[in-house]
Design a binder for this molecule. Sequence first.
Ligand code: ADP
Ligand code: MG
Length: 365
Amino acid sequence: MDHNNNASNQNISNNKIEYKHNVPSEKGFVFKFVKKDNNFIHTFSEGSFLKKLGLSSSSFVGKPLSDFFSGDQLNAAFYCYETAWNGNIISFEGSTNGFSYLTTLTPITINSQVVEVIGTVFEITEFRKNALKIQELEKLSLIGELAAGVAHEIRNPLTSITGFAQLIEELSNDETINIYLEVMLTELNRINTIVNEFMFISKPKENMDTRDTDIKVLISHVIKFMSPQATLRGVRLSESISSNSTLIAHCDPNQIIQVLMNLVQNAIEATTDPAQEIVISLKNTNKNSLLIEVTDKGSGISKERLKRLFEPFYTTKEKGTGLGLMMCRRIIENHNGTIKINSQLGEGTTVRITLPKSFNHQKQD
Ligand code: ADP
Ligand code: MG
């Protein structure tokens, strides 16, 4: 627990030298703190990463921990500061304003007494993001393999079960049996949806059937397909095309239709006020890409939920599969496009998709 004087003084200078020579100040900062009246007070800071976190030297130095953290984060930080003040070196991760960082606290002892603690903070935002991405990719590829296997095995027997159930329904005059069959067919339909979504998720890029496609025409198809369902819910579905010229993307039209149908389906399910309409819009963003937006004025999505939408099996619906958005992202990324969701709880949601324009048509605007 105790640190030898010389060794810890060595540490101070080592820390400082390492920091100054190896870490650009925008990627980290050093600070010191002491304990006074049962409170930890910062006494020094250097390095411009502090600014990135939304703090300045004057808002940091002389201030207690409770100025920067609250709730669980304050308790955790307090525990780490206390541990360091008791003579132990301790590291912990934190995140503020979208930046992740690793903090190491090193106590400085004089005559077996901790007199101050030096903290070094390194930014690890990129590292954390990459680690998350790798984790996600591993999860996705495993799910993809499983999905492909399961979907292929289930598809054929499912088709024959559905076929025979429909046949029995046609042949039978027994009302009770027909009610059971109706339930069976609804459930079979649901399994069929899941299997189809699995098939899409596992569909490798090489199987894409791509061609130059007029996106305006695709959107009209989607409106036509989905309007009956919207009307059933009393919701209006419309398009808004803000480009005079034809916007052509080199894509698999069926897959893009699948994506838009899924997004419209989600929008319909989120809209409870029939006065609100759902709009699919097409915009010409720049010479290389076009933008498709699906906007609803439905329930909206909270910040916490927003982060989880593309996870497989994440659903808030009793009968949802939680595979729709994951499938959409897979398809759009296979097309070298992007998909982003903006949402405000209680106000509505906009899903933005960018697709690269067909190379032959890039000069058009
Ligand atoms: P599912 O529709 O089967 O639940 P999705 O992957 O399509 O699966 O969507 C996942 C979740 O994202 C939904 O359960 C819902 O909570 C949320 N969501 C998606 N689109 C919207 C939207 N337009 N408005 C509100 N919530 C949405
Ligand atoms: Mg869905």
